[in-house]
Design a protein. Structure first.
Ligand SMILES: NC(=O)c1ccc[n+]([C@@H]2O[C@H](COP(=O)([O-])OP(=O)(O)OC[C@H]3O[C@@H](n4cnc5c(N)ncnc54)[C@H](O)[C@@H]3O)[C@@H](O)[C@H]2O)c1
Length: 345
């Protein structure tokens, strides 16, 4: 069983902590926040109100810390989640990630890997130098529907890949930076696109501001992938949840699939054949809600680390998080300059 700590006890850190308590591969030993009340409240909740299925439930093992360095030195965990946020939801990841890597921990960081490419590059490089596993919570691809779609693709049922259309929208009224929506929401969509179509070569982006907003809260991206696939991505922070919020369509010469909400339904439309194949998330035994994307993603990281996977085998790695952020940096440059921008290698 891996001994785990979580750094950054906002809503997302608490969600990671709950999942580490439930998962049979992990034992949560410490939580940390620079806001003492947040660390204390999380530790108290995890000890006093253990989840029913928790293998360690109620044993009082989760300790609260207000300083990540102190926690790492005292508890010496095998693995850490870094669930801090900050400016553009990513500026606070760097320091605790580097601290955890220096302490010899495998790290699962939240997305965006960082709001600064240079910091993301340093984290990925440091993990590589230390031969530690570094994953990012790119949870949208860790679903049975996405797995099945990938299987269809690997079986050759799409033929030669031609195009991808991706979209995702939620309501997020925060106005922290002009590029907040692009940098903080689209690590997910770009990762899903890269998952199916590989590296992106060039990007062009237009964006708009919804009434009353000062940030680029809705955006449209055109992409060309290195393998010649062409793609489009539409995203928004302006639309209330309720109806489906995410869609991924990938097409090739032999067939096309569409995934609705990344977990609810996947449909394969074979070219020249009137019969389609539909996977629908079942009521029993399927994914219960969006939190299951976190459960699946975290379990996969625990599984890979437990099995001794090498750092470059990690699904949804730091390198994947960095590659997505470089695509978004190119999109921002395109938006500013009204040009097609090549993604930095
Ligand atoms: N994967 C997803 O689907 C998903 C969904 C929502 C949010 N997120 C990501 O999760 C992250 C956290 O989101 P949140 O809403 O919980 O944020 P939040 O701001 O509410 O919580 C972050 C916490 O980290 C603490 N913190 C910052 N620096 C610290 C440090 N060095 N040591 C210890 N504690 C520190 C802060 O005090 C704060 O309590 C963000 O990066 C966000 O982008 C991911």
């Amino acid at each position: 069983m891996l001994r785990v700590c979580v750094i950054g006890m906002g809503p997302i850190g608490n969600r990671h902590a709950d999942i580490y308590c439930e998962d049979a591969l992990s034992e949560l030993v410490g939580v940390c926040d620079v806001i003492p009340q947040r660390a204390d409240a999380a530790a108290q909740r995890l000890v006093e109100d253990p989840r029913g299925s928790s293998p360690q439930g109620g044993k009082g093992k989760v300790r609260a810390f207000y300083d990540a360095g102190e926690m790492l030195a005292e508890l010496k965990p095998d693995l850490c989640s870094v669930t801090t946020g900050g400016y553009e939801y990513g500026s606070d990841h760097f320091t605790p990630t580097m601290q955890a890597l220096e302490a010899g921990c495998h790290v699962l960081g939240e997305k965006p890997i960082s709001n600064e490419i240079s910091q993301a590059e340093m984290m990925v490089a440091r993990a590589r130098e230390k031969a530690l596993c570094y994953g990012i919570n790119l949870n949208h691809r860790f679903t049975p529907a996405a797995r099945l779609a990938k299987q269809w693709q690997d079986e050759g049922r799409l033929g030669h890949l031609l195009f991808i259309n991706m979209s995702m929208w939620i309501m997020n009224p925060a106005e922290s930076s002009p590029y907040y929506h692009i940098k903080a929401l689209h690590p997910h969509t770009v990762d899903v696109m890269r998952h199916f179509c590989g590296d992106v070569e060039a990007v062009q982006c237009f964006a708009t501001k919804a009434p009353g907003r000062s940030i680029w809260s809705t955006a449209q991206f055109n992409l060309r992938f290195k393998n010649g696939v062409v793609g489009s991505l539409t995203g928004s922070y302006d639309i209330e949840r309720g109806h489906p919020m995410e869609r991924c369509e990938v097409a090739g010469t032999k067939g096309r699939f569409v995934i609705e909400d990344m977990w609810r339904e996947a449909t394969l439309y074979p070219a020249g054949n009137l019969e389609k194949t539909v996977y629908t998330n079942p009521v029993f035994g399927g994914m219960r809600d969006f939190t299951d994307t976190f459960r699946n993603r975290i379990h996969r990281f625990l599984e890979q680390v437990s099995q001794g996977a090498s750092p470059d085998e990690i699904d949804g790695s730091g390198a994947d998080g960095l590659a997505a952020q470089k695509v978004l940096a190119a999109a921002i440059e395109s938006l500013e300059t009204e040009t097609v921008v090549y993604v930095q290698p």
